[in-house]
Design a protein around this ligand. Structure first.
Ligand SMILES: Cc1cc2nc3c(=O)[nH]c(=O)nc-3n(C[C@H](O)[C@H](O)[C@H](O)COP(=O)(O)OP(=O)(O)OC[C@H]3O[C@@H](n4cnc5c(N)ncnc54)[C@H](O)[C@@H]3O)c2cc1C
Length: 383
């Protein structure tokens, strides 16, 4: 183990659990689940049983109270299933839809939504993006009218991961006036009357993931399903984004590292003009550059994770980590595909899928442009 490694023997044990799960339980089904545009619900259950979903949650809700380095381990290993879509669905379940319920939810919300989600018995989604508004979260229009002890919700959400089969949604709704101060988060059970899944959306990549357009028509839920305080939802969403963005950054670097390794191995075997591709200096230099950038990205990620883990305000570092890692992964995909030649364009190689799937990373969970907006606001020279 390298000096100052954040990983303990417990983390390494967990690494083995996730790696085995990815390579033995998931990877063999890659072709089928990608073609079928989905995977069985039992995958959530198996992940729950292995303690993968709850690893960073408190013991009272069925978790194992692990630190954030367990989450890093999860992201670094789950990508070995070679289905970024499936990995994303698990991350939405455990890292994106549910942490806010753990921090701020009532006992009832934890019992009804969080605990079954961490066991893999219920599927969770996060509903923020709308047909008319994505990056500009402060302007969502899905409305929750107060009627006595209830909210009556009407509107639409789109691009929602796990949306087609979620049992509940951590849902952003407008409970107050315009702008960021009028937004609340609620736990929304999808068996509520008036809720409908519009259609499962076809995508460029992440084919094994379920992505849906959702409609809410006069859906009545109890007001006690609000998460934390009413009209504080925007603040909670921004807090929640930090974990989501770190997950995206770590996953992008891990995927890049795996892809580069596989590409180097391919180039050690493939010959052109009597020489192995790897023997051409142009490729040696390209791989040296990518390896250097991947290492830099990993260090930036680990720095941001250390701050996040210590509870230090680190939205600048998290945004930098996501920006750097997700942009870098695009270059890795492009260069590694190029190094494979025509083989890189063929479905039988993992590269084609990686190149398709990784394209999402500079868009979802806050685009690269939005990361730059956050970074620039935090830079002292702008003051
Ligand atoms: C596969 C997939 C899964 C997703 N899963 C979920 C989910 O589970 N839950 C959920 O709520 N959402 C989800 N999303 C939505 C995702 O978070 C949004 O797509 C993302 O936030 C961008 O919003 P948008 O698509 O509306 O783009 P827009 O906001 O319309 O932006 C369009 C372009 O303009 C740029 N832009 C926007 N504002 C600025 C600015 N101020 N300065 C410069 N450029 C700017 C953007 O960076 C982007 O390049 C998912 C999306 C995809 C594709």
């Amino acid at each position: 183990m390298e000096p100052n490694s954040p990983f303990t023997p417990e983390h390494e044990l967990f690494r083995k659990t996730v790696r085995d799960f990815a390579e033995k339980d998931l990877l063999p089904h890659k072709e089928k689940w990608e073609q079928e545009r989905g995977f069985p619900k039992e995958v959530f259950k198996k992940a729950g049983d292995l303690g993968i979903l709850g690893v960073c949650f408190p013991e009272e809700v069925g978790g194992s109270a692990g630190d954030w380095w367990f989450k890093v381990v999860f992201c670094e290993e789950i990508i070995r299933c070679k289905m970024a879509g499936l990995a994303m669905d698990l991350m939405v379940q455990a890292d994106i839809s549910t942490p806010i319920i753990s921090y701020l939810g009532t006992e009832e919300q934890k019992r009804e939504f969080l605990i079954p989600a961490l066991k893999g018995d219920k599927i969770a989604a996060l509903g923020i993006t709308e047909p008319g508004c994505g990056s500009d979260v402060a302007n969502i229009t899905t409305r929750a009218e107060t009627q006595g002890d209830d909210y009556v919700i009407s509107g639409a959400k789109t691009y929602i991961t796990n949306g087609g089969r979620a049992d509940f949604i951590t849902l952003a709704v407008r409970t107050g006036g315009p702008g960021y101060q009028g937004i609340s988060l609620v736990t929304f059970p999808t068996d509520t009357k008036g809720f409908a899944v519009g259609k499962k959306l076809e995508k460029l990549g992440n084919h094994s993931s379920d992505t849906a357009l959702l409609f809410f028509e006069n859906c009545r839920i109890p007001r006690r399903y609000v998460i934390g305080e009413e009209n504080m939802g925007f603040v909670y969403i921004m807090k929640n984004f930090q974990g989501e963005r770190l997950v995206a950054a770590v996953t992008s670097i891990a995927g890049s590292e795996l892809t580069l390794g596989e590409t180097v191995r391919y180039c050690q075997e493939r010959k052109a003009f009597g020489k192995r591709i790897i023997d051409y200096q142009v490729w040696q230099h390209k791989f040296a550059e990518l390896a250097t950038q991947i290492e830099a990205g990993k260090r930036l990620n680990y720095h941001a994770v250390s701050l996040f883990q210590a509870g230090i305000e680190c939205s600048k570092e998290v945004s930098m980590a996501k920006l750097f890692a997700c942009d870098l992964a695009q270059r890795v995909a492009y260069d590694c595909l190029q190094a494979h030649g025509g083989a890189g364009y063929m479905e039988e190689y993992d590269l084609a899928r990686f190149a398709r799937d990784i394209r999402l990373m500079t868009i979802g969970g806050g685009s690269s442009e939005i990361m730059k907006e956050i970074i620039v606001k935090k830079m002292k020279w702008t003051r």
